[in-house]
Design a protein around this ligand. Structure first.
Ligand SMILES: Cc1ncc(COP(=O)(O)O)c(C=O)c1O
Length: 341
């Protein structure tokens, strides 16, 4: 039985998919509109993704040769899983972690071993390494910051794992790294051939609809992986629009800073509540648990707020949105707190 994928709700105040709550500035949208005439719609896209890779290389400080772009980082993750795993092989990841790892592993007939993490962020890297050494695995992959818990390993901890498994691909999914206090570990990819980092424009850059993500790795690996990669992963429009957006990287990343401040504020305001328990987070969301989750979900639904519910558990996840949205969230939390008193 293959793992299936659940579609997201797309109406209401959407705090369920860790998207950016605000649309792109009108001026950037206009710049994209003005560039339409430059696109050769009747031609296939540039399979080497030159313009886009140059723009991203500059934005994150790596070499263009170290990059491969995908239709969202999802596609890259699926490609890596398909490349390194297959029937009879296993992936090591964390529990909890991003559900698409199960989906892709299952679609390639591979199995998944999960290392349970402490949701407070108390991660013992030596224990993880010892556990992973005991598993019959062919690849390590986890999100950092972790979705959904929000915990984040330091670069030296990631490096310890990379060094402990020199023959194994270690893939770090940095979809949320722009919201973390820890810097990205992309700078390590030139020196460690078994390290692969995935990044996305869907979160901090606000381009979820454009489906643009990246693999960052040693240049030789990128060249090798490109040989068997789908030639037209990204369409010409997405590549042009993403390149324009990346030329505004600095201003766009100010949004990530604002999100970090709002995340901190919401966590602080909610930390003494008894109706919910929120965990500290390094991403653009807060993970929580509640013994009265049904009441909580009903209260959110009444305000037309959509959060991520982990059905069958007491867990949920709330994306950090605008200031007004966070005020509404706090209002709902307080209402439920009153109800249970
Ligand atoms: C941890 C993690 N990785 C990767 C992705 C995929 O992002 P995208 O395909 O939009 O780049 C997501 C999306 O929610 C995510 O949470």
């Amino acid at each position: 039985m293959k793992t299936t994928y659940e579609t997201h709700v797309q109406t209401g105040i959407l705090l369920n998919a860790n998207e950016r709550s605000l649309p792109l500035d009108d001026a950037i949208v206009q710049e994209i509109a003005d560039s339409l005439g430059e696109i050769a719609f009747h031609r296939y896209p540039d399979s080497l993704q030159n313009e886009l890779r140059e723009a991203y290389a500059e934005a994150i400080g790596v070499r263009k040769e170290q990059l491969l772009a995908g239709n969202g980082s999802d596609q890259i993750l699926g490609y890596l899983i398909g490349t390194f795993l297959g029937p009879g092989k296993a992936l090591a990841t964390l529990d909890p972690d991003f559900s698409m790892y199960d989906y892709y592993a299952s679609s390639y007939g591979a199995s998944v071993c999960k290392y349970p993490i402490d949701l407070t962020g108390d991660f013992h890297v030596e224990d993880f390494i010892a556990w992973a050494k005991e598993q019959d695995i062919s690849m390590i992959l986890f999100s950092n910051p972790n979705n959904p818990s929000g915990i984040c390993l330091e670069n030296d901890e990631v490096l310890q794992i990379v060094r402990a498994f020199p023959e194994m691909p270690v893939v770090i999914d940095e979809a949320y790294i722009e919201f973390a206090d820890v810097p990205s570990c992309v700078y390590l990819t030139e020196d460690y051939a078994n390290l692969y980092v995935t990044r996305t424009l869907s979160k901090a850059y606000g381009l979820a609809g454009l489906r643009t993500g990246f693999l960052v790795c040693a240049a030789d690996n990128a060249e090798e992986l490109r040989k068997a990669y789908v030639p037209y992963a990204l369409n010409s429009f997405s590549m042009k629009a993403a390149s324009i957006v990346l030329s505004h990287a600095k201003e766009l990343l100010q949004y990530a800073e604002a999100v970090k401040a709002r995340r901190h504020a919401l966590y602080e305001q909610a930390k003494d509540l008894t109706a919910v328990h929120l965990y500290p987070s390094q991403a653009n969301f807060l993970y929580g648990k509640s013994a009265c989750k049904e009441q909580l979900l009903a209260a959110f639904a009444e305000k037309n707020i959509v959060i991520r519910n982990y059905a069958g558990t007491d867990a949920f996840r709330i994306t950090i949105g605008t200031e007004e949205e966070m005020e509404l969230i706090m209002e709902v939390l307080k209402t439920v707190e009153e109800q249970i008193r």
